[in-house]
Design a protein around this ligand. Structure first.
Ligand SMILES: NC(=O)c1ccc[n+]([C@@H]2O[C@H](COP(=O)([O-])OP(=O)(O)OC[C@H]3O[C@@H](n4cnc5c(N)ncnc54)[C@H](OP(=O)(O)O)[C@@H]3O)[C@@H](O)[C@H]2O)c1
Length: 308
C-alpha cells in the first residue's frame, strides 16, 4: 500500500531517542529534511560533538536523565511520535526503552516506534537469538500500553556485509554461507532504514509492523552482486549446514562467557544463522509505501565498500 506523509508534517513534533547513534542521527536528519520539528534526547555524557552537530542541523536538544520520569515526560509533551533508536542489552532495550515508553504514554503521545530494526523476530522462538529476545520482551510491554506502536523490520543492514557480518569476503572473492545457497535474505542500508522510519514517524496511519528490504538476495545472488560491483569473479563458499553453524555458535559463545558486548561475534553469527534458516524472512514487503525513499541495491553498496 502506498501512503503519503500527513499534510501537516511541518507542524509534527517527533522525539528521537538515540540520535547520537548512527541510525538515530540519520533518522533525526531525515525528519528535519522533511520539515518536522525534531527533539532529540541526549544524556549528560553524550558525545558533545555529536550533540552540537544535531543542534546545528536544526534539532532541539533535550538533555535528560532517563530515570527522571518528570523530565522525560516533559520532553515528550506535545509530540506526535516518539522514535527510539537506542542500542544496548537488556538494561537499555527493555529497561531504558520502558522508561521512555512510560513517559510517552504519560505525556499523551499517540505513537511510538521502538528500536527494533531487525529481521522479523516475531517469527522466531525465544532462546534463539539473545538481542532479538530483548526486542520480543519489549514488544510484549509495548503492546500492553494504549500507545499505537509501529515496528520497522529491515532485515540486515547491507552496509555490514563486508565487515561486521562477513558474508562477502572481498580479499578471497568468495561469498560465505551456510545451508541453502538459494535461501532469500533481506538487506537494507542504514540510510534507507532511516529515511523510511522518518516517513513512518510522520505518517499517522501506520500499522503495527512495517517490513522493508532495499534488496532481497540469496547467497547466489550476493555472489552475482559482488561480481557486478567489483568486475571480478566471485564464487560461493558453503561452510556447512545450519547444524554445523549452531555448533560453531555454541563453541564461540562458550569461549566468551558473560560477554556484555552488544554485538559479540557469536551474536552476529546467531543473526546470520537465523537469516540463512529463512524463518525471519520479511513478507510482505512495504517498500512502496513512501515513494520518496529511493532504495539502494546490495550491488551499489558493495561498489561503495570495495574501495575501503
Ligand atoms: N538490522 C541490522 O543489521 C542492525 C545492525 C546494527 C544495529 N541495528 C539496530 O539499529 C538500532 C540503532 O543502532 P545504532 O548502531 O545506530 O546504535 P549506536 O550507534 O550504538 O547508538 C546507540 C544510541 O543509544 C544510546 N544509548 C546507549 N545506551 C544508552 C543508555 N543507557 N541510556 C540512554 N541512551 C543510550 C546512545 O546514546 P549516547 O550517545 O548518549 O551513548 C546512542 O545514541 C538498534 O536497534 C540496533 O540493534 C540493526
Amino acid at each position: 500500500m502506498e501512503s503519503t506523509n500527513s499534510p501537516d508534517s511541518k507542524s509534527s513534533t517527533i522525539v528521537v531517542a538515540g540520535a547520537t547513534g548512527d541510525l538515530g542521527g540519520r533518522i533525526a536528519r531525515s525528519l528535519l529534511e522533511k520539515g518536522a520539528n525534531v527533539r532529540v534526547l541526549v544524556r549528560r555524557d553524550s558525545d558533545a560533538a555529536k550533540v552540537n552537530a544535531l543542534r546545528s542541523s536544526g534539532a532541539i536538544i533535550f538533555e535528560v536523565d532517563y530515570h527522571n520520569n518528570a523530565d522525560l515526560t516533559k520532553a515528550c509533551e506535545g509530540a506526535t511520535c516518539v522514535v527510539s533508536a537506542l542500542s544496548g542489552l537488556h538494561y537499555v532495550m527493555v529497561g531504558i526503552q520502558s522508561l521512555l515508553l512510560n513517559a510517552a504514554v504519560a505525556a499523551g503521545v499517540p505513537r511510538f516506534i521502538p528500536s527494533d530494526f531487525a529481521i522479523d523476530f516475531t517469527k522466531l522462538p525465544y532462546g534463539n537469538n539473545r538481542n532479538l529476545d530483548l526486542r520480543k520482551e519489549f514488544r510484549g510491554r509495548l503492546d500492553k500500553t494504549p500507545i499505537a506502536a509501529t515496528s520497522i523490520h529491515n532485515g540486515m543492514f547491507a552496509d555490514l556485509l563486508t565487515g561486521q557480518a562477513p558474508i562477502v569476503l572481498f580479499p578471497l572473492k568468495r561469498v560465505m554461507y551456510y545451508g541453502n545457497a538459494d535461501q532469500l535474505l533481506d538487506f537494507t542500508t542504514i540510510q534507507n532504514t532511516a529515511d523510511f522510519t522518518a516517513a513512518a514517524a510522520l505518517d499517522p496511519t501506520t500499522p503495527r509492523d512495517l517490513r522493508i528490504a532495499g534488496d532481497v538476495l540469496s547467497a547466489r545472488g550476493l555472489k552475482d552482486a559482488a561480481t557486478e560491483a567489483t568486475g571480478e569473479k566471485f564464487s560461493l563458499f558453503r561452510v556447512g549446514g545450519l547444524g554445523l553453524f549452531n555448533t560453531i555458535i555454541k563453541v564461540t559463545k562458550a569461549l566468551t562467557p558473560g560477554s556484555q558486548e552488544v554485538f559479540p561475534a557469536w551474536q552476529g553469527m546467531q543473526y546470520m544463522r537465523d537469516m540463512f534458516s529463512g524463518l525471519p524472512k520479511l513478507e510482505p514487503l512495504d517498500k512502496d509505501r513512501y515513494p520518496e525513499v529511493k532504495w539502494t541495491s546490495v550491488a551499489e553498496v558493495l561498489a561503495m565498500l570495495k574501495g575501503d
